[in-house]
Write a protein that binds this ligand. Structure first.
Ligand code: AMP
Length: 389
């Protein structure tokens, strides 16, 4: 057990690290952040910020010597960095969980090996293997790079009738996973915490709406049947156990038109779709992360009120910062800004939550506010589709 008063090290200094540091401070912990870029969102609310590359072993050692436990807030950290840190302090979740989740091929194989339902997939590493996979697929699919990729980057829609050699060339010849196209009605996610003793605790199921492959709205409670929610929550717990996670693991799902729950992706960390927990749950995902990685009992994940979360992307800063007083005029709106200097299109600058006793009311108000912020009828996120046809 790492008691309040101790220091938590966080690899990665983005908004997830920032909200984690704020939750940690509330519980009496200090946070040191390790992040390549200076002046990061998490560094601004932490006791110490170390700026160095993830390959800088000396800097990693210095960071590790100054903290009592290490966790991370994004998954593209080289495994070697985790291993260097782990020579000095416990790293939670441990390396193997990160290793699986940071590569789509390993992730899919893990799901298959554990009998967890996901879209049919084939690993391809050449035009010839793609041709075979497309023939077996026999319909629509999506080609995704095996290595790092997020928010729809490194993805390409394909069809069994396409020319494999041409697609392979256009895709850049990266080792990839070909996935069958899923006819889904809803995208869902579940944040699950798992403690040192193996106890798990799941947050309510979230219904997610994406725009241009970036999360736009998260709606809780999700408007899907209770049976599908129970299935998603159970799967999230199974995954947390199978990966031996100590900390958080987020699972994203598709709910298919014929009612099946399929896993899309895993992330061994807090998640954008879990931000609603800050304002609408007894414990937030960040508090839960602190509790889990420090070996404290996990907190209640009960939902206090229906809620809708909306992301604020850099696109909204096109003509200067949005009119915050107008947004805050709705007294049930909770605004979160990440303290990022430069607003680029697609960059996550903040989010807001609308709470209401009535779910439909929360959604209508959230949509109206988003519409007002975007400007009348102006197209949002006009930085082009991330997914090439
Ligand atoms: P990903 O980066 O894998 O989460 O994909 C980004 C988004 O693309 C998802 O949130 C879905 O909206 C869509 N997508 C990804 N894979 C599939 C699939 N196999 N079938 C249908 N839509 C998909």
């Amino acid at each position: 057990m790492i008691p309040p008063g101790a220091t938590i090290g966080v690899l990665g200094g983005g908004q997830l690290g920032r909200m984690l540091a704020m939750a940690a401070a509330r519980l009496g912990y200090r946070v040191h952040v390790f992040e390549p870029e200076m002046g990061c969102p998490a560094g601004r609310v932490s006791a110490r910020e170390i700026n160095a590359a993830y390959t800088d072993r000396e800097a990693l050692r210095e960071f590790a010597r100054g903290v009592d436990v290490v966790t991370y807030e994004f998954e593209n950290i080289p495994l070697a960095a985790l291993e260097t840190v782990a020579e000095f302090v416990p790293v939670r979740p441990r390396g193997p969980a990160l290793h699986i989740c940071q590569n789509r091929e390993r992730e899919k194989n893990f799901l298959r090996a554990n009998g967890i339902p996901c879209a049919p997939f084939w690993v391809v590493d050449s035009a010839a293997s793609l041709a075979v996979a497309l023939e077996e697929l026999g319909g629509a699919g999506v080609l995704k790079t095996a290595d790092f990729g997020y928010d729809g980057k490194g993805q390409m829609r394909v069809n069994a009738s396409d020319d494999a050699a041409e697609i392979w060339q256009r895709f850049g010849g990266h080792r990839a996973v070909l996935e069958g196209w899923v006819d889904f009605t809803h995208e869902l996610s579940v944040v699950c915490a798992r403690g040192l003793d193996g106890e798990t605790s799941v947050f309510p199921v979230v219904e997610n709406r994406h725009t241009n492959h970036i999360l736009d709205f998260s709606i809780v409670p999700a408007r899907v049947p209770a049976a599908a929610q129970a299935e998603a929550r159970a799967m999230a717990q199974t995954i947390a156990g199978a990966l031996d996670v100590v900390g958080l693991i987020t699972t994203e799902f598709f709910l298919t038109r014929d009612g099946r729950v399929l896993v899309n992706e895993l992330a061994p960390r807090p998640h954008n779709s879990g931000h609603f927990t800050l304002d609408a749950c007894v414990s937030s995902q960040f508090e839960q992360q602190v509790r889990a990685v420090c070996g404290l009992p996990l907190g209640s994940t009960d939902l206090l009120r229906p809620v809708v979360m909306v992301n604020l992307l850099g696109d909204l800063w096109r003509n200067g910062a949005p009119e915050w007083p107008a947004l805050l005029a709705d007294a049930a709106v909770k605004l979160h800004l990440y303290g990022k200097g430069e607003a680029r299109p697609g960059r996550k600058m903040g989010h807001f939550c609308v709470l209401s006793e009535f779910p439909a009311d929360a959604l209508a108000r959230a949509e109206a506010i988003k519409q007002r912020l975007s400007g009348d009828g102006e197209k949002m996120n006009d930085h082009g589709p991330a997914l090439s046809e």
